[in-house]
Design a protein around this ligand. Structure first.
Ligand SMILES: Cc1ncc(COP(=O)(O)O)c(C=O)c1O
Length: 389
């Protein structure tokens, strides 16, 4: 099969107005954090109701690190999260000196299970860090209740959830802290980048300071007309600021978000229709509580008991046949470091592990054509037929 027919797993939609805005930034003489970042933060905040603080960063990984850094975690402290996530969710817990504790997921939605979170809470638990998975929300009412009862912080990994609603509420509008990602595969992109929405003013102030070396002023305020070149280090911080070049992209992508998410939803419904009769391919099930799904990812599981090959063999052949696929995500607790350092073992999280061995993600992005989508499904059908028991 020729390369021209390869369907990439992802492709960002970048249009002329974003490009013009980036060029404008490049020509303006100010390319790092400046007025465009401030404007992007303001528009992102307004999109989410306008009552919280918005802090732009150079990745969601950086954003999660900053939020956790404000909790002043100590050795022995625990943070409860999910194993079905990108490693950075969990790595940041370890980097901040705490111990990750995994709650299992629902087998069919892959959202963290609040009942299992409750079982894992003890006197050392300091925070819960759920992931709004694949663009659908976690069951926030139950998690809010647990945080209230036990006095815990809630840092929401909203990397997949820009535009997601839980009931009638956009993710991030009521959160203590929620962190979004603008990596190129996400629903909107700034190349790399992230945004923290925070409803706790003291925490937001500290995040802002830690974003840029822990000093009390942003560079562009120091260097611009009327600015003062002086600064104070209040506490040692990081170098996690977003560039104006990135914000130039983000400003336009945010205005297009609803169009992008609608296109993703239409493709997702079409996948569900096209996959309905393939018993060996099991799409995730959207949560039963009211929500608006941002359709960041379209994840399916291979029903291996009906097949003569495992998931890895199946996806290798899918790639050979010209379909780009992703893995979101192999369980983090079974990664080498986590097994060796914390002794996590197979058997501890049955739903996460069952999914970890079977899941893969299909191409889903606004530029995917219905014809390409049919090609994806036809290839799935062909391989299922080739390998079914
Ligand atoms: C669930 C989750 N959390 C965090 C991240 C980190 O995002 P970033 O690449 O912007 O650092 C990702 C990235 O894919 C993710 O999927």
């Amino acid at each position: 099969m020729g390369h021209d027919r390869f369907i990439p797993f992802c492709k960002p939609t970048i249009e002329d107005d974003e490009i013009a805005e980036v060029v404008e930034s490049l020509k303006s003489g100010w390319i790092t954090t400046g007025p465009k970042v401030a404007k992007f933060e303001e528009e992102f905040r307004q999109y989410h109701g306008g009552h919280q603080k918005a802090i732009a960063v150079n990745s969601a990984t950086a954003g999660l690190h900053l939020c956790l850094a404000t909790l002043d975690l100590e050795h022995g402290d625990e943070v409860i999260t999910t194993s079905i996530t990108w490693p950075s969710t969990v790595n940041n817990i370890v980097l901040c000196g705490a111990r990750p504790v995994f709650a299992d997921v629902d087998r069919n939605t892959l959202q963290i299970d609040p009942a299992d979170i409750e079982k894992k809470i003890n006197s050392r638990t300091k925070a819960i860090m759920p992931v709004h998975f694949a663009g659908a929300p976690v069951d926030l009412d139950k998690i809010w209740q647990l945080c209230k009862e036990h006095g815990l912080h809630l840092i929401e990994d909203a990397a997949h959830a820009v535009g997601t609603k839980y009931k009638d509420t956009l993710i991030g509008s009521k959160s203590e802290a929620a962190v979004f990602s603008f990596h190129p595969i996400k629903n909107m992109t700034t190349g790399e980048g992230g945004m923290i929405l925070c409803n706790n003013p003291q925490m937001a102030e500290r995040i802002k300071r830690l974003r840029f070396h822990g000093i009390s002023r942003d560079a562009w305020k120091r260097y611009s007309k009327g600015g003062s070149p002086h600064y104070q280090v209040v506490e040692p911080g990081f170098k996690y600021n977003m560039l104006d070049i990135q914000a130039a992209l983000g400003l336009h992508q945010l205005r297009k978000l609803e169009r992008f998410n609608k296109a993703r939803a239409e493709l997702a419904y079409n996948y569900m229709k096209l996959l309905k009769d393939i018993d060996e391919i099991l799409p995730l099930v959207p949560p039963s509580y009211p929500h608006n799904h941002a359709w960041h990812l379209f994840i399916v599981r291979l029903d291996t008991k009906r097949m003569k090959v495992d998931r890895d063999q199946f996806i290798a052949e899918l790639q050979e046949e010209g379909v780009g696929i992703g893995l979101h995500f192999p369980a983090v607790h079974l990664q080498q470091f986590y097994k060796e350092k914390f002794g996590f073992k197979k058997g501890s999280l049955p739903n996460a592990e069952w999914n970890s061995d079977r899941l893969f993600s299909l191409p889903l992005y606004p530029l995917l054509t219905p014809k390409q989508q049919e090609q994806v499904v036809d290839t799935l059908k062909k391989l299922v037929k080739r390998h079914k028991r």
